[in-house]
Design a binder for this molecule. Structure first.
Ligand code: 4NP
Length: 153
């Protein structure tokens, strides 16, 4: 099993959206038995809460299922996951500061360089869940292609 963890700050807007969209693409590719997906936040303010209403709304609009709850990233995640995929530079440096593990820590938008951004804008502040959804969808496609190639799937 290949394990992928998406990470943002609060685990209620961007990383749950990424988890849901990527898992949806994985299911559509018939790879659900090969790739497992989860998400977490570097912060603990929203632990136990469902995703933000804006994230739930845009996922429902696109018929992407999600019913996860927020959790905070833990030290063991660095060993238990193969890929830790961060939404912005702050997430990347916070995760890197936790130490080293088996996981490759990678920036999500590095898999969608044609989109012209290096950080996923946070709709918690921008209010623009559509923009974030488009970026997340493009980067998920790139990440899935990358993993399929790396693992011969
Ligand atoms: P996220 O957005 O990192 O995409 O889940 C945020 C959610 C909550 C907060 C910040 C960002 N917050 O400060 O509570």
């Amino acid at each position: 099993m290949i394990r992928v963890l998406f990470v943002c700050l609060g685990n209620i807007c961007r990383s749950p959206m990424a988890e849901a969209v990527f898992a949806h693409q994985v299911r559509e590719a018939g790879l659900a038995t090969e790739i497992e997906v989860d998400s977490a936040g570097t912060g603990d303010w929203h632990v136990g809460q469902p995703a933000h209403s804006g994230t739930r709304r845009i996922l429902a609009k696109n018929a992407v299922e999600y019913n996860g709850r927020a959790r905070q990233i833990a030290r063991r995640d660095l060993s238990e996951f193969d890929y830790i995929v961060t939404m912005d530079d702050q997430n990347l440096s916070n995760v890197s500061a936790m130490g080293e593990g088996r996981a490759k820590v990678v920036s999500f938008l590095s898999f969608a360089s044609h989109m012209g951004l290096t950080e996923v804008p946070d709709p918690y502040y921008t209010g623009n869940f559509e923009e974030t959804y488009e970026l997340v969808t493009a980067a998920s496609e790139g990440l899935l292609a990358h993993i399929r190639e790396e693992h011969g799937l």
